[in-house]
Design a protein around this ligand. Structure first.
Ligand SMILES: CC(C)(COP(=O)(O)OP(=O)(O)OC[C@H]1O[C@@H](n2cnc3c(N)ncnc32)[C@H](O)[C@@H]1OP(=O)(O)O)[C@@H](O)C(=O)NCCC(=O)NCCS
Length: 333
């Protein structure tokens, strides 16, 4: 039966590193506080003038080359980001212009930290239906241009980093490999527990000097509420996808959780019974790169030989929306 698998991977982080000590020069925070609460030691920040689509270009080129393809072989672009280059059009269209691609469909999705899980699920369904063959699935984020690097914004600013990850998805008829299934959820009643209030599409002019004065053009987070929801939702997504596919947690060879916070990852691993050696963590080096996190981890896990042909890969995420989800796949390259 036709379904989808991943045949190429790529990632990119900009060269500039910002350590916790660097942040402590700009706001009232410390390396100790950040490491203890999150596990983050440093993150990469893009230079001024580099947008999410520019970061995505590097990851996309690497993934397409890894798949043994050229841009001409790609039938569709799905771009997950919470940092679109502009309000409209979507970053997929901007990437299409700078790569470049032919007039293939280019779709942005806005599911934040769960963006890559949603994107893989959408791509899988397009491929399964036979509507297209090769989809470039990207998660890319330039957070650094929109964070409040003063003490007012420290709760959010210390968490996020810039980067991009990409995969090429393709059809397979081998029922033992590729994406087995996924689970997707959202609970919009908590949309304002992690959000960007401005520009706001229901006020004239979308953004006013007063809104800027209040710092509403910077992300706002109720960290404790987000934390409280994250652990049970991660665990639910994992047990749902395992139940749907008939696998058990012991069958999983590698778990790639969205890298929101090492405390969240460790508690999820503990509650689901996943041993530490099966859990991927790169948050210390990159921080939370939102939709880019899972494809970056996938690419690095291949480079480290932790993800091999035949590995049963479980990926799960939770984030703003609130949104959460997971997919389970047998790695095929
Ligand atoms: C953000 C988070 C690390 C904060 O940890 P916490 O233990 O909940 O800390 P609190 O929010 O209770 O804040 C404790 C104190 O540290 C302060 N603080 C907040 N950010 C700080 C920072 N960067 N540096 C130093 N102190 C900070 C707070 O102001 C507060 O001070 P107070 O007690 O004087 O009011 C934690 O809530 C978290 O991880 N939440 C989930 C966030 C997340 O994953 N978001 C992305 C979802 S994908």
């Amino acid at each position: 039966m036709r379904h989808s698998t991943i045949i190429g991977t790529g990632f990119y982080v900009p060269p500039n590193i910002c350590t916790n000590d660097d942040l402590a020069q700009m706001m009232d925070t410390s390396d100790e506080w950040i490491q203890e609460r999150t596990g983050i030691k440093q993150r990469h920040f893009a230079d001024d003038g580099i947008g999410s689509a520019d970061l995505a270009k590097h990851a996309a080129e690497m993934a397409i080359e890894d798949a043994g393809m050229t841009n001409k072989d790609i039938d569709m672009i799905i771009f997950a980001t919470l940092n679109p280059d502009v309000f409209f059009p979507g970053s997929a269209c901007i990437l299409q212009s700078i790569m470049p691609f032919d007039t293939i469909p280019a779709l942005d999705i806005r599911q934040q930290c769960t963006g890559f899980i949603y994107a893989v699920a959408i791509a899988d369904r397009f491929i399964r239906s036979g509507w297209c063959d090769h989809i470039l699935v990207i998660g890319a984020e330039n957070h650094s241009c929109g964070l409040d690097f003063t003490t007012r914004g420290r709760d959010v600013a210390v968490l996020f980093g810039d980067g991009a990850g990409a995969v090429v998805m393709a059809p397979t008829d081998n029922v033992d490999e590729g994406v087995f299934d996924f689970t997707l959820h959202a609970q919009g009643e908590f949309y304002d527990t992690l959000w960007l209030p401005a520009p706001y599409g229901k006020y004239k002019g979308r953004i006013t000097p007063e809104m800027m004065e209040r710092g509403e053009h910077y992300p706002k987070m109720d960290g404790r509420t987000v934390f409280r929801h994250a652990i049970p939702r991660f665990c639910e997504a994992i047990s749902e996808v395992l139940e749907k596919t008939g696998y058990s947690i012991e069958d999983v060879d590698l778990f790639i959780p969205h890298q929101a916070n090492d405390r969240i990852t460790n508690m999820v691993a503990q509650r689901t019974g996943l041993p530490k050696e099966k859990v991927v963590s790169n948050i210390a080096r990159y921080g939370n790169t939102t939709a880019a996190t899972i494809p970056i981890c996938i690419c690095e896990s291949r480079q480290d030989n932790r993800l091999k042909k035949g590995s049963l890969l479980l990926a799960a995420a939770f984030g703003s929306g609130l949104t959460w989800g997971a997919f389970l796949m047998r790695w095929s390259i």
